[in-house]
Every structure is written in structure tokens, then in C-alpha cells.
Ligand binder design. Structure first.
Ligand code: OXT
Ligand code: ADP
Ligand code: MG
Length: 582
């Protein structure tokens, strides 16, 4: 939290008094919160007005889920909790998906929601937007609090901040009933009741014996591998993580949102040899990555196991702030519990010039495989098929990102997601924001808005046409705040493809198919932004270059071969029908 913002008690008309509205705003400002993402209405409309009047930036959305996603990713980008503000019951519920997603992804976020009268809600007497919101939220976030008295606002906000950012970060719910806002209290007592949180995310130093155990295991490895997850990106230990990789000389694999922690073009990157290194490695160091479905639970064929449940024989070292993450899927031989910054620097202290580099046989095998895959990919990218496909379009995006490494990249869809991840290299940490742990559609425009606001850099959002539809109305928000966002819709006329047939032979189109040749770019034009219709890589390139240059809100409708996608992209095997055949 910023330490230099003094409490700014903003008295009401009677200058010696303050109220709930002002205390909430003062408490947020005192703790360095600069932006509220939300959607106004009863009972928080005046809170948004007053917050704006008192210097907080209030970004107003068209749907709370998008505001919530914006707050969540702001939390990931800054390490401070992103704040989302919603109205009671339905607005709160709209924000709740984002809160749950933030918690699942370990993004620090606070959902603040107005609520109806406790006395009426608890007797279920049918208040306006009646709901016991704390009870509903509790199971979907790290912590849920309700503040009933103005003098407790400082404590409520302090507890929400600490809960969101300390230990494993996540989502927190803060319930503020309507009556609280108008409660008056003495201004001096109000100011004194606020808390500026000291050291909100305390370091957690790993135990020396745990560090030694990890180093011993790593040193003895014949085929070591480092796996970097989004926890490593969140930890902001960029220089030490790079030093760990480079000094140890161990190949590394970035998870999706860890791409760019080291540039994807780094000589030790094994990203293009993923299916080779996972089963082959003998010791794997996990840094802020969970052995969940995205890593096939650390076992099975992906890891060289003889069937889909069998252990592949790897030994694991896991760095994580959450002790109970250890052994969640397979045995963790060397748990290293602590914050990533402290753990990595402790490991580094044991990796000196005499540290044995991994055997050349292993390195050669990994880099041969990687170089072959990269060369094969280069051939595919050089083709110029008609109609344009995912590869030829992404060849353009890849160049644009290379030329603009500070730009933020937001990405969702199935094929539009998976191809972008493997084709578009990232060069800097925390630039790639995507569907994360849940593979959730709908993060696109909320993430894009927050990425622009929090970074000030141009934002490129690569969106499947289905994915875009979940948050598409926020193009108005992007235009309203004149944000430098370039949305590129990979339009293949549907979910995965545009070619499915109705199996009954009836008149309705298949469930995965959309209106053909939809003119999405006109949505952006409707609100004063730039719309581009692109059927070739050259048109796409021109549109993207102009968007980055002008910083004007732009939507490029990139027409992709409707036959090009595969069912569920790279995760076809998770479809029940496909899984049953395995
Ligand atoms: O090693 P191999 O040979 O295997 O090759 C790998 C790498 O080595 C190689 N590679 C490279 N080669 C050359 N050069 C370079 N630089 C390079 N880098 C890598 O490439 C391959 C792949 O590498 P990768 O990606 O690292 O490896 P892999 O095996 O794919 O990794 C496994 C995973 C699991 C880690 C990875 O696949 C992953 O992260 N997947 C995430 C998948 C995901 O989350 N998908 C989104 C959900 S799908 C589905 O649920 C959808 N829905 C339902 C729905 C959802 N999700 N949410 C809500 C709220 N409602 C409904 C919907 C509706 S998707 C969807 C919409 C889809 O339609 P759209 O129109 O939006 O999208 P389109 O499909 O485009 O039409
Ligand atoms: P990915 O999807 O990239 O594999 P995950 O979200 O599964 O990443 O894992 C991130 C992990 O990082 C979580 O288990 C979380 O507890 C951990 N984590 C987050 N921040 C820190 C930190 N500062 N120090 C240590 N561990 C962290
Ligand atoms: Mg599609």
C-alpha cells in the first residue's frame, strides 16, 4: 500500500461530522486504492459520485461481471487488491462470478457490494433486492465481511485488504448495507478509526532445511526442468527468477500467464518442446504453478505414466506460499513453502559458479526438439492460405507484439486462445492475461479495460467470436474512456468452427454456429471507435498498426476460415465423448 496518502476526511455539511460514504472513500484512499471498477445504482450511486469527486477514478461498466474481471486483473497486475463496486442482490451476483474466478486464480480482489436492510433481509420480509449476500459469497472467496457501524469501516476495509493480498492471494467480499452510508459520526473520531495497513502481504521466509532439501534434489537431477506459473509472475521476483534459470542452466517451461517472465525467445525456453520435456524430466521445480488439470495433475501419459492415472516417476520440488498445496495431486518430495521472492533468493544463495550445469545430453535433446518445432511452426506461419486461418492471422499478431513488447495482450476463446498462446511470443512479465485456471470465457473486455487503465500501454485483445460475445457490450466502455484497446475478433462463425450441422436436420442452426459473416466491427463504430473488416493478413496488419499508432479504440473483425478450428482447441480430450473413447 502507498504510505504517503494522508487520511482525507471529507466532512459533510456540518464540518465536524463525517459519514459512512466518506469513511469508505477515505479508507480506500488511505490504503492507496486509486481506481474503483463498478456499476452504480441503489444503494451505492452516491458512493460512486463522491468517490469520483474525491479523486478516485471510477470506471463504470455495462455489466458487473466485466467490472469484477477488471478489478481482478488489476489485482494481478499491481499486487494491490482490485476493487469492484456493485449494487445489491442481482448486481452482487453478477459480480460474484468474477470474485470466484479471482479466488480460483489467486488474484487479489475486493468485491464491495451495497445490500438491503439486515432486519428485513433476516426476517425474509421481501426487501428491495433482498439477499443474504454474505452467506452466498462466503463459499466462493477467501473471506467475507459485513460492516454495520460507521466506526467499523476502517477495520472492515483493512481486513478485506489483508485477506486479499496476504498468503495465497484471492477474492474477498465486503458487504455494506444501505443504512451504513448515511450513518454520521464525529469526523475526528472517524479519521482516527481508519487503518493504514502495514505490510499487507508479509514475506514468508522458507526454512533453511527445506531450502537445502530442494537444492540437494535439484543438484542430483539428470534431466531437470523448471516450471513457471502465474504465481511466479505475480510475485514480481523477475530478476531473481531469471537468475535462477540462467545460473542453474535448467530449461524452463512457462505456463500461459507466465509467458514473458523471461522472453519467450530465451535460449533456455522449452515451451516449444512441452510434450517432450514433461514425460522426460526427472526432477521438476514448480515455481508458483499448481499441479491441476492444466498440468494433467502431475501424472498420467502427459508425464510418461503408463496410463492416465499413473505416476511418471518424476520428483517434484514445489515453491508455493500455500502449505496445503503440497501433495495435492502427487507426492512433493521437496516442498518449499514461502513467498516466491524469498524462496527463489534462498535457492540462488546455494547456486554458485560451481553449480553443475545439467548434462549436455539432456540439454541437446530438449533444444533439438524445440528447434525442430520452432522451424516447423515458422514454415506454417509463412503460408498465406485463402481464406485466412488462425496461423496466418497470428503471424501478424506475433510481429505486432514483437514490435510493441510493452503492449498488453488479452486472450480468450478456444482455438483463438490456444494458437495465440503457442504462436505469439511474449517479451516482458505480466503482459499476457487470459482465461486462467477455469478456462473461463468472458474475461476479455473487462481485462482489456483494466489492462489499459493500470498500465497506460496499448492493449491487444485476441478474441474468439464466441468469447467476445460474453463481454462485447463493453466496447462502449472502451470508447467512453477512450482507451487504447485494439480488439481483434477471430471470426470463424461460431464456437470452435462455423460448420456444424443440426443433427436433426431441422431448420435451427447447430448449437455452436452463429450468424455467418457477422459485422462485429460496426459495434465499435456505433460508439465512435474505429471498425476494420479484415479478410487478409495485410488488412489485419494495417488495422493493428494503425490502432497501436493512433491509440484509438479499434475493433478488427478478422475473418478466419470457418473450417479451421478443432473442437475445444487443444483440450478436445476433456470432452466427455472424446474422453470415453480413450
Ligand atoms: O509439444 P507439442 O508437440 O504438444 O506442442 C505444443 C508445444 O510444444 C508447441 N509450442 C510451440 N511450437 C513452436 N513454437 C513455439 N513457440 C511453441 N510454443 C509451444 O505448441 C503445442 C501447444 O503448446 P502448449 O499450448 O504449451 O501446450 P498444450 O499441450 O496445449 O498445453 C496444455 C494446456 C492444458 C496447458 C493448454 O492447452 C492450455 O493452457 N489450455 C487452456 C485451454 C482453455 O482454457 N480453453 C478455454 C476453455 S475451452 C471451452 O471451455 C470453451 N467454451 C465453454 C465455456 C467457457 N469456457 N466458459 C464459459 C463461461 N462458458 C462456456 C466456450 C463457449 S471455449 C468457448 C468458445 C470458443 O469459441 P470461440 O469462437 O471463442 O473460439 P474459437 O475456438 O477460436 O472458435
Ligand atoms: P498456473 O495456472 O500458471 O500454473 P496457478 O494459478 O495454478 O498457476 O498457481 C499459482 C500458485 O502460485 C498458487 O498455488 C499460489 O498459491 C501461488 N502463489 C501466488 N503468489 C505467490 C507468492 N507471492 N509466493 C508464493 N506462491 C505464490
Ligand atoms: Mg469462434
Amino acid at each position: 500500500m502507498s504510505a504517503n496518502l494522508a487520511p482525507v476526511s471529507s466532512p459533510t455539511e456540518e464540518s465536524t461530522m463525517t459519514d459512512g460514504f466518506n469513511l469508505v472513500i477515505d479508507a480506500l484512499k488511505l490504503n492507496g486504492i486509486k481506481t474503483i471498477y463498478g456499476l452504480p445504482g441503489i444503494p451505492i450511486t452516491d458512493l460512486t459520485r463522491k468517490a469520483q469527486a474525491q479523486g478516485l477514478r471510477v470506471i463504470s461498466f455495462r455489466h458487473e461481471q466485466n467490472a469484477g474481471n477488471a478489478a481482478a486483473i488489476a489485482g494481478f497486475m499491481t499486487g494491490q487488491p482490485g476493487v469492484c463496486l456493485t449494487v445489491s442482490a442481482p448486481g452482487f451476483l453478477n459480480g460474484l462470478t468474477a470474485l470466484a474466478n479471482a479466488t480460483t486464480n489467486c488474484f487479489p480482489m475486493i468485491l464491495i457490494s451495497g445490500s438491503s436492510e439486515r432486519e428485513i433481509v433476516d426476517l425474509q420480509q421481501g426487501d428491495y433486492e433482498e439477499m443474504d449476500q454474505v452467506a452466498v459469497a462466503r463459499s466462493l472467496c477467501k473471506a467475507a465481511f459485513r460492516v454495520l457501524h460507521a466506526e467499523d469501516i476502517g477495520v472492515g476495509i483493512a481486513r478485506a485488504i489483508r485477506s486479499a493480498v496476504s498468503g495465497r492471494p484471492g477474492g474477498v467480499y465486503l458487504d455494506l448495507p444501505a443504512k451504513l452510508f448515511s450513518q454520521a459520526m464525529d469526523a475526528a473520531a472517524g479519521a482516527a478509526s481508519l487503518i493504514q495497513v502495514v505490510d499487507p502481504a508479509p514475506r514468508q521466509i522458507p526454512a533453511p532445511d527445506a531450502v537445502k532439501r530442494a537444492l540437494d534434489l535439484l543438484k542430483g537431477a539428470k534431466k531437470p526442468l523448471i516450471l513457471l506459473g502465474k504465481g511466479a509472475a505475480y510475485a514480481r521476483a523477475d530478476a531473481d527468477i531469471r537468475a535462477l534459470v540462467e545460473r542453474s542452466g535448467i530449461p524452463y517451461l512457462p505456463m500461459s500467464m507466465a509467458k514473458g517472465l523471461l522472453p519467450d525467445t530465451h535460449e533456455l525456453s522449452a515451451a516449444a518442446a512441452r510434450s517432450y520435456v514433461l514425460p522426460e524430466a526427472d526432477v521438476v521445480l514448480l515455481v508458483g504453478a499448481r499441479l491441476n488439470w492444466l498440468l494433467s495433475h502431475g501424472k498420467g501419459k502427459t508425464w510418461g505414466g503408463k496410463d492416465h492415472k499413473a505416476w511418471g516417476g518424476q520428483k517434484f520440488i514445489q515453491i508455493d506460499i500455500s502449505p496445503t498445496e503440497m501433495d495435492s495431486n502427487v507426492r512433493i518430495d521437496a516442498p518449499l513453502v514461502g513467498d516466491i521472492g524469498s524462496c527463489v533468493s534462498a535457492l540462488l544463495a546455494g547456486i554458485d559458479a560451481k553449480w553443475p550445469k545439467p548434462p549436455a545430453e539432456w540439454l541437446n535433446a530438449v533444444f533439438d526438439r524445440r528447434n525442430k518445432n520452432v522451424a516447423k511452426m515458422a514454415e506454417t506461419l509463412a503460408k498465406d492460405p485463402k481464406p485466412m486461418n488462425f496461423h496466418s492471422a497470428l503471424n501478424v499478431v506475433r510481429d505486432i507484439v514483437k514490435a510493441n513488447p510493452d503492449a498488453m495482450l488479452v486472450n480468450e476463446g478456444a482455438n483463438a486462445l490456444d494458437f495465440t498462446r503457442s504462436i505469439v511470443d511474449m517479451y516482458k512479465p505480466r503482459k499476457r492475461l487470459d482465461v486462467g485456471t477455469w478456462g473461463v470465457m468472458g474475461i476479455g473486455m473487462g481485462f482489456a479495460v483494466a489492462a489499459a487503465i493500470e498500465s497506460g500501454e496499448p492493449v491487444i485483445a485476441i478474441e474468439g467470436d464466441s468469447a467476445f460475445g460474453f463481454s462485447g457490450m463493453e466496447v462502449e466502455t472502451i470508447c467512453r474512456y477512450n482507451l487504447p484497446v485494439c480488439v481483434v475478433i477471430f471470426n470463424n462463425n461460431g464456437v470452435y468452427r462455423g460448420t456444424d450441422q443440426n443433427l436433426s436436420g431441422g431448420a435451427d442452426v447447430a448449437p455452436t454456429v452463429f450468424v455467418k459473416d457477422a459485422r462485429y466491427e460496426k459495434m465499435m463504430e456505433a460508439f465512435g471507435g474505429v471498425g476494420v473488416y479484415a479478410t487478409t493478413p495485410a488488412e489485419l496488419r494495417k488495422g493493428m498498426e494503425e490502432a497501436i499508432r493512433s491509440r484509438r479504440p479499434t475493433l478488427i473483425n478478422a475473418i478466419i476460415d470457418e473450417t479451421a478450428g478443432t473442437e475445444s482447441g487443444r483440450i478436445t480430450s476433456l470432452n466427455p465423448a472424446a474422453a470415453a473413447k480413450k
